[in-house]
Design a protein around this ligand. Sequence first.
Ligand code: GLN
Length: 551
Amino acid sequence: MAKYIFVTGGVTSSLGKGIIAASLAKLLQARGFKVTIQKFDPYINVDPGTLNPYEHGECYVTEDGAETDLDLGHYERFLNIYTSQANNVTTGRIYQTVINKERAGDFLGKTVQVVPHITDEIKRRMMLLGNDGNYDIVITEIGGTVGDIESLPFIEAVRQIQWELPGGDVCVIHLTLIPYLKAAKELKTKPTQHSVKMLSETGVHPDIIVCRTEEPLNNDIKRKIALFCNVKPEAVIEAMDASTIYEVPLTMLHEKLDIICLRKLNTTLVPEADLRNWKSFLEKLKYPKSKVSIGLIGKYMELQDAYKSILESFIHAGAMNEVKVQVIDVHSEDLNKHTVKEKLEQLDGLLVAPGFGKRGIEGKIIAVQYARENNLPFFGICLGMQMAVIEFARNILGIEKAHSTEMDAQTCNPVIDMMQEQKKIKQMGGTMRLGAYTCEIKKGTLAYDIYDKTIISERHRHRFEFNNDYLEQFEANGMIASGINPDNNLVEIIEAKDHPFFIGVQYHPELKSTVESPAPLFVHFIAAAKNYNEQRSSGKVTALQTEMQSA
Ligand code: GLN
């Protein structure tokens, strides 16, 4: 039987429940426990797949093709495990299941209600991963903030589980904010007291309170929080702002969050967490030997979370190369013939981001052209790869009107076109080509150098693809398909032959990059950028550019 840890949040959103949950999971995993984390989101969308990135940040995709909350990305990056459809549940999905059952007549004439039917379904899903014997501990993060109307059924489900299971099988952690009032030079505990009170009113009593704070909590403050929130003083955990999220497992280790949790779960203390690999990663991250500047060309630049997995992959790849990756946000709408040089000339590499729709794509195409013509390391992901294909068709193959049917449905040169099986689909949610697919890599290519094997599997999220009618023409002119899906012949990787590093992938390698296993494409891209930077400092790149321009 698995044990269950629930993480709720109070006072405000954005306190980092996902990071605290992932850090705790990391500590427990490093002690030898089999741990997984799941996220329960109170909104009504069935999954975040239909949400605009401005609403909810990046949509993270799992191996089994679930479109999920970006916190699942943190779970995978910290734990180096795969999550699945079962690890992210929303109110929408709960209701969909219950309503489908009602339509099938499964409730035998009963009135279907929030309690018990919705809460029973929430409980069933909360316990699901713990039932099959694969995990010792299941951590469940409840999205939103305690007191939200929509999170009430989830909190009620936690209350019932706390009541049904033996005391030693459940631990509830409440994450709150202790604000520091500059004028009074004081940390304030009242919002936390109110938040715990509100949680207690719903019948759930937290065992541990994790306090986000900008200033250290002294013993008096800890005692005060403990006394008024009815927990032991050692169960008040200080979570100071950290310079990187990857430091949080170590701060939580220092605060003994894992030990306090395991004690509550009546678990005999197993050996101290072995975090040697984690610490060596952190060392490299904190003390880089040099720096590279990478341009991230996208259209959701106002929101950090929109490209979360890409940014984290840069961190993993930077540490691996012992360089600091400075990501320069470049809004694709700001790029045109006149601005491109000024905006991109200081960069050591260019990543053209995934995306949907027409806005900003001409800027992306101009960026690709700049990288190709200036031997600047280029890495295109999904839409970024498609833009590289269009650029090559227009500027090298001379197909002036080359386009994607996503942006121009009537184009007479659809070098990127909708996949055959997508054409009949009308429903939006969960219908893209999603999840892990196999790709076969050709030997003697950059892709092969990078992966060092011929069969790989990567995750996808798209509807459009490279149009194979043009493949011969591309390959005859120096743009090759170095990775192909062996089952349906879709082009998954393209690369330009006469360029030091020019690669585009139809899949999302950023979704599989973890601290312990950084994505090879990112690692090699950063290495290429490092190389470019060194060449530039020694004057070699300028010579190359001048050479190209005079040719
Ligand atoms: N909009 C493109 C497609 O659907 C690319 C999607 C993406 O970048 N994830 O094919």
